[in-house]
Write a protein that binds this ligand. Structure first.
Ligand SMILES: [Zn+2]
Length: 121
């Protein structure tokens, strides 16, 4: 079964993103979409929720509304053990494409959100 309620959580103290894995061809994606696998068409019970570690590398980044109070950086991040996702970066462009990034669950305006940080190690 695919859980579409909460897209992230802590698992053994580590933040994870909840996406979907196809049981037939092992294709993975995020966010969870239950219509069917975009690669092989498997649907329903053939799809499973899967937790992906919030570790990956930067494929692209762009500043949205730069220089304003509402500005943020939107990134495409390829997860180490999962699909490429779109996410909010805590840092502004320019950023090094290929840099390793780590996600954290933070509280902003009383809501839990995920933000990715460039990994400085
Ligand atoms: Zn599939």
């Amino acid at each position: 079964m695919v859980d579409t309620v909460q897209p992230f959580r802590l698992e053994n103290g580590e933040p994870v993103i909840i996406g979907t894995e196809c049981g037939a061809c092992q294709h993975t994606w995020f966010p969870a979409v239950t219509l069917g696998c975009e690669r092989c068409g498997t649907h329903g019970e053939g799809l499973n929720s899967r937790a992906f570690a919030m570790k990956g590398h930067l494929l692209s980044a762009a500043d949205v509304l730069p220089g304003t109070e509402k500005g943020f950086s939107l990134a495409t991040i390829e997860l180490e053990n999962g699909p490429a996702i779109r996410a909010i970066l805590a840092e502004s462009a320019p950023l090094k494409i290929g840099a390793s990034v780590l996600g954290r669950i933070e509280t902003v305006d009383d809501k839990s959100v995920v933000r990715f940080y460039v990994n400085a190690d």
